[in-house]
Write a protein that binds this ligand. Sequence first.
Ligand code: BDR
Ligand code: CA
Length: 307
Amino acid sequence: MATPIILDCDPGTDDAFALLLALASPELEVLAVTVAGGNVGLECTLPNALALVALAEANVPVYAGADRPLLGAFVNETRVHGVDGLGGIGLPAGGAAASGVAADAIRAILRSAPRRVTLVGIAPATNLALALMTEPSLADRAEQIVLMTGAWGEGNATPAAEFNALNDPEALAVLLACGRPVVLVTLNLTAQALCTTERLAVLRRAGTSQCLARLCDIQATVPFGPRFGGTGAALHDPCAVAWLLRPDLFTTRACTVSVDLGPGPCRGRTVIDRWNRWGLPHNATVLETLHGDAFFALLGERLTRLP
Ligand code: BDR
Ligand code: CA
């Protein structure tokens, strides 16, 4: 039986891979795609999600969600994702968003689903947190909460913080405290999903799917930053979906994780107690290693199944 998921995203070049990987995978039943601002504003992330769902010819409702975090405003990342969020490649427009807002849809699905639902968050965690803050008992209806967020080392948005954690640390704190299993896909993990020029070329040759071709076009626009010495760009978000498909590609560690909510330079930093120094109850499973070549092989094998 397929695992029911809700995918909360902010497409976003790497979100595009995650979304299409999920839609291409029969092990997953995507009940809804919920969208927040983040990488770019909601006025772009929402049409991007709709265009990607249409490209995959999938029949999945897409809900508009938060255009700002619980506090303050999203700080966008157009240097990586382009001003439109998908590298300016110009996908055909998709259909209309479903009526209602993301947090309401998440609650309604959790309430009525016959089985627990896995929440996959690859954006600032605002939509997921709003859903659980407004009806905390529904947390029990979540099977697990898989989040691409945080790092045990340095950040990518600031020296201390990863982008999604920085853009709504209070929301992340709500999820870490909700009592259900949380799985963290950090920058330290996604560094092992480094998309180099060579890997992108191999991926492009994996098949003739239009979806695959457009994703490779999108990825080709992502600049190689200094973090990996100009050798590639980390494909962060599809790692969260890959965890659901091939957990055997990962090693994990149970940890206590907290997020810095202060106003200073450490805001949004995830403090991950990998060696149990606090001796506190664990609140997250942190993915530590990934078999990078097998991950890219999985992407190629799945994405070629799409139109
Ligand atoms: C995360 O931030 C966003 O820019 C990416 O889409 C990913 O979700 C990586 O730090
Ligand atoms: Ca994202």
